[in-house]
Design a protein around this ligand. Structure first.
Ligand code: NAP
Length: 266
């Protein structure tokens, strides 16, 4: 996929996978719209990447807020986007009952409603213009294999997985493709806290994950599970009793939480 001089929108570009994708795409000469809540980070990144003729527009917006999402849509519809990576997302790793209801609502609005609103409106708009558009929804393995202690997050990613893959097939043969990209654990800000300490060995380097995301987007794959080990795990999941796998996952994540709780505070 030749992105040189073409416009790509990345949500959640202020850190982690979104930031890495922005860097890699800018290196390939893509012009970027980068969005997230932290305006200072976006501005700094836009400055860093605006070299060698690359144009970068930083738009601070909260994907959990309806008005912000609508404002972004107005702005991006002015540009001839060739791709959009809907990557912004949040998790809660811990007992579900510890999660404030307001945090759950913010997660639902960010991961599901904001992302689905953008997808729906861009599909409608590009169907009308007839121009080519690749849409990527960044989901998670948790959307395919629910994870205890990330129950709400798993639910949001399961929605996106089902919505995205169904839409991908609905749009087959049209000017618009949808790619559901499902990573396993990645070493980013999301997994930087104490609670992920004992799981750190499982986390993939963000550069490798971004590279795989770019290939899946270029290939217009309807669903891409990131990493060989994750694909193998998912394959095995089909043949093993669900309770056994869920029990094992639950034990592993419960241990990570109790290790973090017993860690001396500095
Ligand atoms: N890390 C993992 O292990 C892992 C595994 C599977 C899937 N994923 C998925 O990969 C995607 C990227 O996550 P990451 O690992 O790169 O985490 P990250 O470093 O925490 O990045 C998350 C990005 O989303 C943005 N964001 C969060 N809430 C937002 C909101 N309400 N409005 C706008 N932007 C918002 C954040 O920016 P601001 O805070 O500046 O708004 C940040 O740029 C997420 O969808 C995540 O679910 C991650």
């Amino acid at each position: 996929m030749n992105v040189k001089g073409q416009w790509v929108w990345i949500t959640g570009a202020s850190s982690g996978l979104g930031l890495e994708l922005a860097k890699q795409l800018a290196q390939q000469g893509a012009n970027l719209v980068i969005t997230a809540r932290r305006a200072d980070r976006l501005e700094a990144l836009a400055k860093e990447l605006s070299v060698g003729g690359v144009e970068v527009r930083a738009l601070a917006a909260d994907m959990s807020r309806h008005a912000d999402v609508e404002r972004l849509l107005v702005e991006v519809k002015k540009l001839p986007l060739v791709a959009v990576v809907l990557n912004a997302g949040v998790t809660h790793f811990g007992h579900h009952h510890e999660m404030e209801w307001a945090s759950f609502e913010a997660m639902l609005h960010t991961n599901v409603i904001g992302t689905t609103r953008v997808t729906s409106e861009l599909v409608r708009h590009y169907q009308a213009t007839g121009a080519s558009l690749r849409i990527m929804l960044v989901t998670s393995m948790a959307g395919l294999m629910p994870v205890p202690f990330q129950a709400a997050y798993s639910g949001t990613k399961a929605f996106l997985t089902a919505f995205g893959t169904a839409l991908a097939h609905e749009l087959k043969g049209t000017n618009i493709s949808v790619t559901v990209f499902a990573p396993g654990g990645i070493a980013t800000e999301m997994t930087s806290g104490d609670r992920f300490e004992s799981l750190r060995g499982w986390l993939a380097p963000v550069g490798d994950v971004a590279q795989e995301a770019r290939s899946a987007l270029a290939a217009r794959q309807p669903l891409h599970v990131q990493g060989f080990v994750n694909r193998l795990g998912l394959f095995a999941f089909r043949f093993l009793p669900r309770n056994l796998v869920m029990g094992q996952l639950g034990r592993q994540y419960r241990k990570a939480l109790s290790d973090a709780a017993s860690k001396p505070r500095s």
